[in-house]
Design a protein around this ligand. Structure first.
Ligand code: EPU
Length: 339
């Protein structure tokens, strides 16, 4: 029996720990329950899907039925000589899924260790870290159409994945709820991605030449813990901004003034500049305005020191955007969803 609660604080349900209220709130634990709520709710009021709440900034109370997705379960679907297909329900915690893979010797998601959030939200922004993105192991996902409750299957191609992007953030935004994701993982001859500078250094420091899945995961966890705040301790949503991509002309001018600017050269004369570096150079690293702040070890992460409101965090992000634009002529785009 579904229990709809009223006036529920969403503080425990978003990693920024912003205390806004949902006028109605329901937890669904199966696909059938989700369909039931979608269809029932169509006739009544608007709704809002919330799973891990790890990539959003809530700036106001939500006058809708908030549906918290808690559909659990991980199932091996198929095994071949060197790979396995695993179905993971949307409400599974992402890191617990990574941990399951490491325990079972399944390769492909170890670089994505310790990313907050749920499996069902991961495809929306094609989560990525240390040279690996969700799309690299993603096979397909299932989603319910919010209007009709019908199930639809999305292949990798249909998802149109890009850097922190997919159709679920663009053309199909707000139209579907992802209920489960199928991953193809390796069971032998794993293709480790250890080329990322920080991983190589961490493995070297640990005296590891030929790492195992577990050793890579442990190294990534150590790197992340050294600069990214634990949302359970300090509210945050990971990278607040995307790393901006600029033309080589803009980049060359920037490099003349700041010869040490870190960057990654992309195709088509484009260059990616780390937003964290821009925010730090603009003087915001470790700054605090009331309870809204910029993390002292990674300027890309905005933090809630306790009782910041979503509006205060948003105001800080806008102040940063304006300063970076004035100083470098580069626009920073928010990576988190501002609600
Ligand atoms: N940097 C600074 N100051 C800072 C932060 C970074 O100068 O305060 C410089 C670093 O020195 C480095 C460069 O910026 O030269 C890049 O930093 P880092 O390698 O830490 O990665 P990032 O670009 O800051 C991205 C992702 C992270 C992901 C890491 C590792 C985005 C927006 N962020 O961060 O993703 O964990 O790479 O792959 O692409 C997330 O999306 O929430 C997230 C944490």
């Amino acid at each position: 029996m579904l229990k709809i609660q009223q006036n529920v604080s969403l503080k425990p349900y978003n990693t920024f720990a912003i205390d806004v209220k949902a006028s109605f709130f329901v937890v669904v634990t199966t696909e059938e329950e989700l369909r039931e709520v979608l269809l029932y709710n169509k006739i009544t009021k608007p709704f809002f899907i919330l799973s891990g709440g790890s990539n959003m900034l809530l700036t106001k109370d939500i006058d809708a039925l908030v549906i918290h997705i808690a559909i659990k379960g991980i199932f091996v679907q198929e095994t071949t000589e060197d790979s396995v297909i695993v179905k993971v329900n949307g409400g599974e915690n992402w890191h617990e899924f990574v941990h399951y893979c490491i325990r079972n010797g399944y390769g492909g998601v170890e670089n994505l260790s310790l990313i907050p959030g749920c499996v069902g939200s991961a495809p929306i922004q094609n989560i990525g870290a240390y040279g690996v993105e969700l799309k690299d192991t993603f096979l397909r996902c299932e989603a319910l159409d919010i209007k009709t409750g019908e199930k639809k299957i999305f292949s990798k191609e249909a998802c149109n994945f890009g850097y922190r992007n997919s159709i679920f953030k663009t053309t199909a935004k707000g139209e579907y709820v992802i209920t489960c994701v199928y991953f193809q993982l390796t069971t032998k001859d794993h293709q480790f991605q250890t080329g990322y500078g920080a991983i190589e250094k961490e493995l070297q420091e640990r005296g590891i030449d030929t790492p195992t899945l577990k050793e890579i995961s442990e190294s990534i966890i150590a790197i992340r813990q050294s600069k990214l705040p634990d949302p359970k301790v300090l509210g945050n949503s990971g990278s607040f901004f995307k790393n901006p991509v600029v033309s080589s002309e803009v980049f060359v001018k920037l490099q003349q003034v700041y010869p040490k600017v870190p960057h990654y050269v992309l195709d088509q004369g484009l260059v990616k500049v780390p937003a964290g570096w821009l925010v730090e150079e603009a003087g915001f690293k470790g700054k605090r305005y009331g309870d809204a702040g910029v993390h002292d070890k990674q300027a890309l992460v905005l933090v809630n020191h306790g009782n910041a409101t979503g509006k205060e965090i948003l105001a800080l992000s806008q102040r940063i955007q304006i300063t970076v634009l004035e100083k470098f002529g580069i626009s920073l785009e928010a990576e988190v969803n501002v609600i």
